[in-house]
Design a protein around this ligand. Sequence first.
Ligand SMILES: Nc1nc2c(ncn2[C@@H]2O[C@H](COP(=O)(O)OP(=O)(O)O)[C@@H](O)[C@H]2O)c(=O)[nH]1
Ligand SMILES: [Mg+2]
Length: 307
Amino acid sequence: MAFLGLDNAGKTSIITGITQKFGFEEEVMQLLPTRRIDRETFSFLGLEFVRMDFGGQEQYREQYLKNPGKYLAGTDLIFYVIDVQDPDRHIESIDYLDEVLLFFKEIKQSPPIAVLFHKFDPDIRNDKEINQKTLTLKQALTRYSNDFDIFFFETTIYDLKSIMDAFSNGLSLLFSKLELVSQLFQEISKNYDALLIALFDSKGITIGEYYKPHLQIDEKMKIYDAYLETQKRIIAENRSMYEFSDTFKNGKRFSGVIEVLTFGNLDFYLLFIVEENEENLGQTIEILDKIEAAKPEMENIIYQIIQ
Ligand SMILES: Nc1nc2c(ncn2[C@@H]2O[C@H](COP(=O)(O)OP(=O)(O)O)[C@@H](O)[C@H]2O)c(=O)[nH]1
Ligand SMILES: [Mg+2]
């Protein structure tokens, strides 16, 4: 799996964000430019992956493109990062992607490509010009879709969920069975009034997820933050289940339960979120019952995925 893009696009920051879920912003500010390629291995669903951060300075780009067989061949998944706040370099960025994809076409490989429109910070999310430029980029990129599966994401280090979503969705392209998880959650959510049901691996990568369509982006962020906080506690206290509740910006409260599912040496975290109902204090117990009811099917699917 390769992270590619121009220098300064934010590749190393994204990887740092994925790797260290907590307080990574400070660290990112002191990053030095990546020289050539940083390799790191990690495992997901029991399989080993090599994550490669390709330094994006011109001299390195030339080097990869001169000998792409050495650097790029065999890549199973590409994350291509574009800085939306630097439109002066968009053409340069597209040219680079062009050359990379030309190489893959020549060797008849077609790894899926997740394009990350990065630095889509909360304060510019509604910026007309940036949105327009991003749209133009997307239109330019669709010409690759005959030869490659290409997916778009908008990310920023100020919203870790946006980065984890892009990464999880990218990875899920390599595991066709992951769809089953989200499908199951959708089924379950019909029977129970859940705001969100999600399954994460121990690193916070989403295996599957369902949420009510009306759930706002800041509500999702809030839930994810609460989830990360709780997951930390679960690990610190060596628990197998944890209940928590918190408040959205609009004052509404939500309750959550996390249950740890263990398969061999792999831990998974099942998250169930419902809106809190003050008149019904027995609700948490009901959620627990629902999770219990859904567990056998859940476990069955995880078995299929990690085989
Ligand atoms: N505003 C903003 N700055 C970012 C974001 N991600 C990274 N940066 C900054 O962009 C610069 C380049 O990041 P870096 O990860 O080194 O880019 P790389 O060369 O692609 O690896 C650094 O100063 C980061 O702090 C983001 O989402 N928003
Ligand atoms: Mg870098």
